[in-house]
Design a protein around this ligand. Structure first.
Ligand SMILES: Cc1cc2nc3c(=O)[nH]c(=O)nc-3n(C[C@H](O)[C@H](O)[C@H](O)COP(=O)(O)OP(=O)(O)OC[C@H]3O[C@@H](n4cnc5c(N)ncnc54)[C@H](O)[C@@H]3O)c2cc1C
Length: 280
């Protein structure tokens, strides 16, 4: 049986208490958070496109509350303490010398994580758990297509850095021109930037259109994508049913879902297309 394209360990991930060392706005909607803490000396980076949980304080609280104890996996907090909430992010860069972990976070509206980001300041303390998952791309492709919306770009940059020197297409969708930015570690000219505005297109629509128009060689190749879950499913179905790609040539990830808070981090869109093998 061929190797699954991703790994999904089940043990409880390690946790690290960190503080925000720097917070810099890269675009009007994307902030680079530099997290720091001595506990990060134990952090072990995973494959490209792995994820961490940011355990964030409730509104109006600066630092993530710590549990008094655990009952099994369930944290128990002191009476009157509002528990923190968790969201999933990409550990973009880890520096073991400076014990810094960088995360790029999108501000997208009135949501728990966006509201936390608006109030986040250097010195605030949060908890990081992970990393988990990630992709070690097969190196035998003649071509690779990497597809990401605003939330998938940090992971896509990591994936692009691990690919062999072959025919590589990178399609990145953001809201508008102001969100286009240099991406350290990959050539400026590599990504094709697609915009939802000014047309007011639905999340994922520009990517879907670009994939439908893309030339996909008949030779062996691989697709990695991370974007809104509905758009991911439409693109996945198109690639399998109209272009004849096999699910084993693809990693397809729904990073968030329109209208759904806290979409699960393990949405791989399985069950779409004929004759698929679900990884065990
Ligand atoms: C493996 C993985 C890695 C991820 N890496 C990153 C990353 O590095 N950077 C990053 O910014 N995000 C990343 N995300 C996406 C992020 O976890 C989600 O956007 C998450 O929903 C944010 O939480 P929230 O509290 O803002 O919104 P939620 O409480 O989850 O949702 C509230 C509302 O906001 C909507 N919403 C959520 N995300 C968006 C969005 N992007 N645009 C428009 N509406 C949205 C939901 O549909 C819902 O209606 C990643 C997700 C996964 C699964």
């Amino acid at each position: 049986m061929s190797k699954p394209l991703h790994s999904a360990p089940h043990r409880l991930p390690p946790r690290y208490q960190v503080s925000i060392r720097r917070l810099e706005w890269l675009t009007p909607r994307v902030a680079n958070l530099v997290l720091h803490g001595p506990e990060l000396s134990g952090y072990e980076p995973a494959d490209a496109g792995s994820h961490i949980k940011l355990i964030l304080p409730p509104p109006g609280v600066a630092d993530t509350p710590q549990p008094l104890r655990r009952e099994g996996r369930r944290p128990v907090f002191a009476e009157g303490v509002t528990p923190p909430f968790l969201r999933t992010y990409t550990p973009l860069r880890y520096n073991p010398e400076t014990l810094e972990l960088e995360v790029e976070m999108l501000l997208h509206g009135d949501s728990p994580a966006s509201n936390w980001l608006r109030s986040a300041r250097p010195g605030h303390r949060i908890t990081v758990a992970g990393p988990r998952g990630g992709w070690d791309p097969p190196q035998d492709g003649d071509w690779y297509i990497v597809i990401a919306d605003d939330t998938g770009i940090p992971a896509a940059v990591q994936v692009l850095q691990t690919l062999p020197d072959r025919q590589i297409t990178a399609l990145f969708e953001v809201s508008d021109e102001q969100e286009r930015r240099p991406l350290p570690g990959i050539p400026d000219l590599l990504p094709e930037w697609l915009f939802r505005e000014p047309e007011g297109l639905t999340a994922g629509a520009p990517l879907e259109q670009a994939v439908r128009q893309a030339r996909i060689p008949a030779s062996r190749g691989y697709v990695w994508m991370a974007l809104e879950a509905g758009a991911m499913r439409r693109i996945r179905r198109h690639l399998i049913e109209d272009r004849g790609l096999h699910s084993e040539q693809m990693v397809t990830r729904g990073y968030w879902k329109l209208g759904t808070p806290d979409h699960p981090d393990g949405d791989y869109g399985y069950g779409i297309g004929m004759g698929e093998n679900r990884p065990r």
